[in-house]
Design a binder for this molecule. Sequence first.
Ligand SMILES: CC(C)(COP(=O)(O)OP(=O)(O)OC[C@H]1O[C@@H](n2cnc3c(N)ncnc32)[C@H](O)[C@@H]1OP(=O)(O)O)[C@@H](O)C(=O)NCCC(=O)NCCS
Length: 136
Amino acid sequence: MATIDYTSDVSALTPESLEGFFVGWPQRPSGETLLRLLSASTHRVLALDSSSGKCVGYVTALSDGVLFGYVSSLEVLPEYQGEGIGQELMARMMSCLSDLYAIDLVCDEEVQPFYERCGLKKCFAMVARRPERIIQ
Ligand SMILES: CC(C)(COP(=O)(O)OP(=O)(O)OC[C@H]1O[C@@H](n2cnc3c(N)ncnc32)[C@H](O)[C@@H]1OP(=O)(O)O)[C@@H](O)C(=O)NCCC(=O)NCCS
């Protein structure tokens, strides 16, 4: 099992170190796009493999800093899944957002058990999705 460092610092990241994410997306955003996304998010936690420095997982959130926070993305590279990294990323993000009234996220039904373990409850959501707007 890999040793993982957790950080919110994106300064050492390169687009090349962020390849391999967005598994299953019809058009996969590049490492460069992911770096933009991480940098623009109000909150982020990265999981880095300590032996290589490679980013193997991340969670991002957007918040008004007053009442509301939205966990916008979470992913762990397939070869690192099942090692507790996703749960640790969420625990750290929940801690970052602990002052807020509401922490929301949208997920597929199959991932709900994972988020219930993270302390979240099922809810209804309304969304818009525009595949033609995905930046690669
Ligand atoms: C969902 C995801 C982030 C979980 O990360 P992970 O590092 O594999 O999860 P962990 O190893 O921390 O799992 C923690 C626990 O949740 C469980 N779990 C993980 N993924 C699960 C899933 N999809 N459904 C149900 N339970 C799940 C694990 O079995 C584990 O339970 P255990 O402690 O009894 O072994 C990861 O599978 C992933 O990146 N998936 C693809 C992207 C995605 O779906 N992101 C969420 C978008 S909303």
